[in-house]
Design a protein around this ligand. Structure first.
Ligand SMILES: Nc1ncnc2c1ncn2[C@@H]1O[C@H](COP(=O)(O)OP(=O)(O)OP(=O)(O)O)[C@@H](O)[C@H]1O
Ligand SMILES: [Mg+2]
Length: 616
């Protein structure tokens, strides 16, 4: 099943999948220069690492060697030695400085490129994608996965280049100097490689399971804290505590295991290298006695054998990291490549432009006739919500949708907005199947206030202005006045500059809805859709909302989903829905006279309201 409700465990392949990496590497293309420069720095750095002990070898053989014949010893050469040493040190420091700059740039730019690409793609994906994908999953891709990838592709690649070149240069230099000693030293590399890879794998595995338990603990924390009140009222503290205890004991065991494995790794490596060193001393020592090599050369080899350790260790850990990062890479690619199932066809895009670059000059004016013709609809999961649904609405008509929860009211308005498309059948606007017009054409003529009014982070002013980005402050305030939001907005300490985002929770649902109304009316749309918030609103705000709605509707085709029936008494046509079917239809007066479902709903709500009033 093409389901995007992915879990971490779904992505844990062990083989390196080059197809996926090729796609991720393509994000590095604009950074080619920095990557090449940092690789160059690493090659220079690896060379200086090999040269250092070589300088010492000359110092030992040419200056310090006690066997030098009298007269040939020239201590003034020590000065040259020091100068040379300093020169290489400066080169090395410069390279380190440069590669940190280049790699840092690669890392940040890469993360930025990945996030930007993913973000743009997310804008194009329809509602249905978000039904199938948890927001948490998307957030994790945007944050930790893109961070993981940019880290391994910057520092990882650099470490790898350094390690690889250091080993290659070391091997070449050793082979040139002394074949036998070189072979002894090189023989240790594969063993070192095996041991390192083996341990790396275990260490990573251990840390991975620690991370898993850790995220469970975070989840438990979260639940324990955010659900504290519910827990307390249900007297679940004890069972919560036991769960938590189990998890923390688990993580303690795992951490100890990880530390033990890591503790074993270094002694094993040192043991191996010491054996190689002993072999070099044994063989090389004899050669020194035979005068076939100098003391300096022996020193060089004992030094080089230790130098192998860092690159081998680095490369092993990078391979392991790559394997781990592959899961991140796969998830990012799957996000970026997820196909939107609602898009404009090629011909439509050709004529009207894309979502981000539309050709306004080709947009036909929208009148506002809306028709559902034999529309059947089901969500990604679940049963058919609409089955052969028909509805014809004339320009300027105001339609109200009422019915019990789950009747299909929001589904109908979502279909009109083309957040979803009919599974079969067509929806026409001004007599044309809306799939033959662009999404941007529809949305530039459509104002909607959704069931859970969403305000963006930013000020009230900015939030209303989303309706028409070119609106002046005066136009924004005018729109707010029209929907009677102005009065409560100016009562805020900061007025129109009040923050709506995270810190804006002091806005009530009703106030949020009124701000959304202002946003909708500012756009001056031909079709207006209001999906009323279900949560209760105080009577004063309710009155405001009602007045606002009446103003909003004038001269537009409108669809109102109402929970408070008092809001819709003036609608031209009221549709009573049940299980996706219209079971009653007519004006408020007609339906009341009919004494059917609507009458029951209305009188029920009316008596409830009266009851509430009498209790107050
Ligand atoms: N995103 C979705 N994915 C799957 N099923 C959905 C989705 N949204 C709604 N449904 C289902 O479709 C049916 C109609 O839901 P809809 O939201 O249209 O009802 P509603 O009349 O707006 O109800 P309410 O008064 O509670 O807002 C319900 O059975 C619901 O479970
Ligand atoms: Mg609804």
């Amino acid at each position: 099943m093409d389901d995007h409700l992915y879990d971490e465990e779904n992505f844990t392949s062990n083989k390196i999948d080059w197809n996926v990496w090729k796609k991720i590497f393509s994000f590095m293309k604009p950074l080619k220069k920095q990557v090449l420069l940092s690789i160059f720095c690493m090659i220079v750095l690896a060379s200086t690492d090999v040269i250092y002990p070589y300088i010492s070898k000359f110092a030992i053989d040419g200056i310090i060697n006690p066997n030098l014949e009298a007269g040939t010893r020239d201590l003034s050469q020590l000065g040259y030695f020091i100068i040379l040493y300093v020169i290489f040190m400066v080169i090395q420091a410069t390279m380190v400085y440069l590669f940190i700059i280049f790699a840092g740039k690669v890392q940040t730019e890469l993360a930025f490129n990945i996030r930007q690409k993913a973000f743009t793609h997310l804008q194009e994906l329809p509602f249905s994608y978000y039904d199938r994908t948890r927001v948490g999953w998307i957030m994790a891709r945007m944050t930790s996965d893109s961070r993981n990838l940019s880290e391994i592709l910057s520092w990882g690649v650099i470490d790898f280049t350094w390690g690889l070149f250091l080993m290659v240069i070391l091997i070449i230099v050793m082979l040139i100097i002394n074949l036998k000693l070189a072979l002894i030293t090189i023989a240790i590399v594969p063993i070192l490689m095996l041991v390192s890879t083996y341990f790396r794998k275990f260490i990573l595995k251990a840390y991975r399971s620690i991370r898993k338990v850790n995220s469970k603990i975070t989840g438990a924390y979260n639940e324990g804290i955010t659900g504290a009140i519910t827990t307390k009222t249900l007297v679940l503290e004890n069972s919560n505590y036991d769960d938590f205890n189990l998890l923390t004991t688990d993580i303690r065991k795992q951490s100890i295991r990880a530390a033990m494995i890591q503790g074993l790794y270094f002694p094993s490596v040192i043991f191996l290298i010491s054996i190689a060193t002993a072999l070099i001393y044994y063989n090389g020592g004899n050669m020194v006695f035979n005068l076939s090599i100098s003391v300096g050369t022996l020193y060089l080899f004992t030094n080089y054998v230790w130098q192998f350790f860092d690159p081998v260790n680095n490369i092993a850990s990078i391979f392991a990291q790559f394997q781990q990062a592959q899961a991140s890479a796969e998830r990012i690619v799957s996000l970026i490549e997820s196909e939107p199932d609602i898009t404009d066809s090629e011909e439509v895009t050709e004529k009207y432009g894309s979502l981000f670059d539309y050709k306004l000059e080709n947009f036909e004016p929208l009148k506002g006739d809306v028709e559902f013709k034999n529309v059947t609809f089901k969500y990604h999961v679940g049963e058919k919500v609409l089955d052969n649904f028909n509805l014809s609405v004339k320009q300027g008509e105001s339609i109200a949708l009422v019915g019990h929860t789950g009747a299909g009211k929001s589904t109908i308005v979502n279909l009109i907005c083309r957040f979803y498309e009919p599974t079969t059948g067509v929806i026409t606007i001004d007599g044309v199947d809306y799939k033959n017009r662009s999404m941007s054409w529809l949305h530039s003529n459509l104002g909607y206030v959704l069931q859970s009014p969403h305000l963006f982070s930013g000020s009230v002013m900015e939030n209303i202005r989303y309706g028409k980005l070119t609106a002046t402050d005066e136009e924004v305030i005018e729109a707010a006045k029209q929907v009677e939001a102005h009065d409560f907005i100016i009562q805020f300490e900061k007025g129109y500059e009040t923050e709506c985002g995270e810190g804006g929770s002091r806005l009530s649902v009703g106030q949020k809805q009124l701000i959304s109304f202002a946003r909708a009316i500012l756009a001056n749309p031909r079709i207006l859709i209001l999906d009323e918030a279900t949560s209760s609103v105080d009577t004063e705000t309710e009155q405001l909302i009602q007045n606002a709605i009446n103003k909003l509707l004038k001269g537009r085709t409108s669809f109102i989903v109402a929970h408070r029936l008092s809001t819709i008494v003036h609608s031209d046509r009221i549709l009573v829905l049940e299980d996706g079917k219209v079971i009653e239809e007519g004006s408020h007066r007609d339906l009341i006279a009919k004494k059917g479902q609507y009458y029951d709903l209305y009188t029920n709500q009316y008596s409830e309201e009266m009851l509430e009033l009498s209790i107050q």
